[in-house]
Design a protein around this ligand. Structure first.
Ligand SMILES: Cc1cc2nc3c(=O)[nH]c(=O)nc-3n(C[C@H](O)[C@H](O)[C@H](O)COP(=O)(O)O)c2cc1C
Length: 175
């Protein structure tokens, strides 16, 4: 098939798939590696390569879910706290086969927005690669992401921009 046709097909078929549509099961390690590696083809001004990704699976993923739920509880005023939302946080993480935390490293060599833009492009590469492999994924930006600094051992010049959920797609949720 012509390159442009293949590309257009991948672009048109990329979509966000949410944890409710994931089935249990792990993502093949080679595919996961390929998804992460696809981020490396992203352009960045002065080649600062500002994206920082950390992958969470199994027990570490569980710890991330528990940590996010605890953050929600400790930072939400009691009158706004919703028990269902609190329980949903770890449930959603549990349903995902893997979570990649999305962070940006500000180099001070170019404006911050350029490094955020480059990081978003890297996420798009992962979105496209995951979609091409029929792996469900989506970028989630909960408020708590900004509070993951200590958990992720981020430096002052780094910021977490969200979570990239990945999971095998339930057959009847495929489009
Ligand atoms: C920067 C960014 C942040 C996002 N944050 C969230 C989010 O917090 N919650 C959510 O449900 N979807 C989030 N999404 C996913 C979009 O809402 C999703 O792309 C949209 O529903 C369109 O669907 P599509 O990706 O299948 O085209 C985010 C997407 C981007 C690019």
């Amino acid at each position: 098939m012509e390159k442009t046709v293949v590309l257009r097909n991948i672009l048109e078929n990329r979509r966000s798939t949410f944890p409710k549509s994931y089935k249990s099961g792990n993502i093949d390690a080679e595919i996961l590696k390929e998804i992460l590696a696809s981020a490396e083809f992203t352009p960045s001004h002065k080649r600062t390569r500002p994206w920082r990704f950390t992958i969470f699976e199994n027990e570490e993923k569980k710890q991330l879910g528990a940590h996010l739920a605890a953050l929600y509880k400790s930072t939400t005023p009691p009158q706004l706290f919703l028990e269902k939302k609190y329980l949903d946080i770890s449930d959603k993480i549990e349903k995902a086969a893997a979570i990649i935390t999305i962070s940006v490293n500000f180099s001070n060599l170019v404006p911050e927005w350029e490094e955020i833009a480059a990081t978003a492009m890297a996420v798009q590469n992962m979105y496209l690669t995951a979609s091409a492999h029929d792996i469900g994924c989506y970028w989630s930006t909960p408020k708590m992401a900004a509070q993951l600094t200590d958990f992720l051992s981020l430096k002052d010049s780094q910021r977490c921009l969200g979570l990239f959920y990945l999971g095998l797609i339930e057959e009847n949720s495929k489009q």
